[in-house]
Design a protein around this ligand. Structure first.
Ligand SMILES: [Mn+2]
Length: 429
């Protein structure tokens, strides 16, 4: 791992929060993610399962966490199972956790090798009254490939068909939506690395540069700051492609007069940040580009103000729709008369703004959390309005990450240049 050690109190407190939510005499099981194969003997880089990381800080494949808070045998209240390392693994794959190292990272006393899992698991299954299994319940998840958690659930329910099973995912969503102070610091750290990347890029973007050269600058800056790299597929979209919401080709030459959309951010210690800036390739917005830019910036600032405790997604989205309509009328994109008689189920602004304004962010870029409950202190959301006009060859999106507090909110990306003048000035330095 490139990141610096995290204080185990984060994971100890997270487990305490989970224990409070479990029913009596319950056993909960969490699995690591698989290392996904590519071709021949190749594989994708390892990305830990967010739930087991949140509970343990253990960043290694094949890890299993068992939690049985009411276990008769005290040492079985929480048990971490690890892939046992040996000389062969040490030579070919390098360092893996020793039991002692895993204890230090997670704060879990009882650390065992995986070879002991089946025996202990069976003992606990015969004692517990209910079993919590983990499933990926993100509303937009697609499950082409079965996760380790999913495979475990299937085999467990086959072996123990008359046990009482519960879903742990709704509890994890509720808990992970509220970030602790330590988590906010990690997200903020990812935001700060992202800022370094953005500032570096501002000084090298000019007509003729390739989108992938910009991608390389970001990657360089992220990695030298202990990030594993991009928190999500970077979008480096010049010209008309600034209107393609998930453009990832990043293979064109940036041209004079074009707009360049940068939806690029770093991860740090598995925590994501998420930034979008829209800049002029030649360091000077045209009149029309600046008009659209400032319209989106006004909506961004208006939306950010509404990310406060007690507000709801429903009210928030409705207020943003109003702002969008006003700005789009001023921009000449919509006519007031048409807006007045629009079908409320298909509002006209959606032609130019077709995505949501905010999503949870945390261990996952699109982090877990309910969109049906009021905003609460400790939630971290993106704020990312955009207006896209393919007919004019460009779109603008602006995005920061915002922490909701007891008294208002904190923009974790407040120090990243966003005013049009400041961006122009930095590009022309
Ligand atoms: Mn986003």
């Amino acid at each position: 791992m490139k990141y610096l050690p995290i204080n185990p109190s984060l994971f100890i407190n997270n487990r305490k929060r989970l224990v409070k939510e479990l029913k009596p005499d319950a056993l909960a099981v969490f699995n690591a993610n698989d290392i996904m194969p590519t071709n021949s003997d190749g594989s994708m880089g390892f990305v830990q399962n967010s739930d087991i990381f949140w509970l343990t800080g253990i960043d290694q494949e094949e890890t299993i966490l068992l939690m049985y808070p009411d276990a008769a045998n005290k040492s079985f209240k929480e048990i971490l199972f690890l892939r046992e390392t040996n000389e062969y693994i040490a030579v070919w794959e390098g360092e893996k956790y020793t039991k002692e190292a895993a204890r230090k990272v997670s704060g879990i006393e009882e650390v065992k090798w995986l070879s002991e899992f089946n025996t202990i698991f069976r003992q606990l299954m015969l004692q517990c009254k209910q079993v919590y299994l983990n499933t990926n319940e993100h509303p937009r998840a697609t499950a082409e490939v079965q996760s380790r958690d999913a495979r475990f659930a299937r085999s467990c329910m086959e072996k123990y068909p008359v046990h009482h099973y519960e879903r742990v995912a709704p509890i994890m969503h509720k808990l992970r939506a509220i970030k602790s102070k330590e988590e906010v610091e990690l997200i903020k750290h990812a935001c700060d690395i992202t800022e370094k990347g953005f500032r570096r890029v501002l000084s090298m973007v000019k007509p003729g540069v390739m989108e992938y050269e910009i991608e390389a600058e970001f990657a360089h800056e992220f990695l030298r700051n202990r990030s594993r790299g991009f928190a999500y597929g970077p979008i480096i979209a010049s010209g008309l492609d600034s209107c393609v919401l998930h453009y990832v080709n990043n293979n064109k030459q940036c041209k004079k007069g074009d707009i360049l959309m940068l939806d690029v951010a770093a991860e740090y210690a598995n925590y994501a940040s998420d930034l979008t800036r829209t800049i002029p390739v030649d360091g000077k917005f045209t009149k029309r580009q600046k008009e659209l830019y400032n319209a989106v910036l006004r909506i961004f600032k208006g939306a950010r103000k509404m990310l406060v405790k007690g507000n709801t997604f429903e009210k928030y989205n409705a207020a943003i729709a109003k702002m969008m309509e006003e700005e789009m009328i001023k921009l000449g994109l919509l006519k007031l008369a048409d807006v007045k008689k629009q079908d409320p189920k298909a509002p006209l602004y959606k032609k130019y703004f077709m995505h949501g304004t905010s999503h949870f962010i945390g261990l996952d870029v699109h982090d877990v959390g309910s969109t049906f409950i009021p905003f609460a202190a400790g939630m971290v959301f993106t704020c990312e309005p955009g207006i896209y006009i393919p007919a004019e060859n460009f779109g603008v999106r602006i995005e920061n990450d915002i922490l909701i507090t007891e008294k208002g909110n904190v923009d974790l990306m407040d120090s990243i240049p966003v005013e049009a003048d400041e961006i122009e000035e930095l590009m022309n330095k």
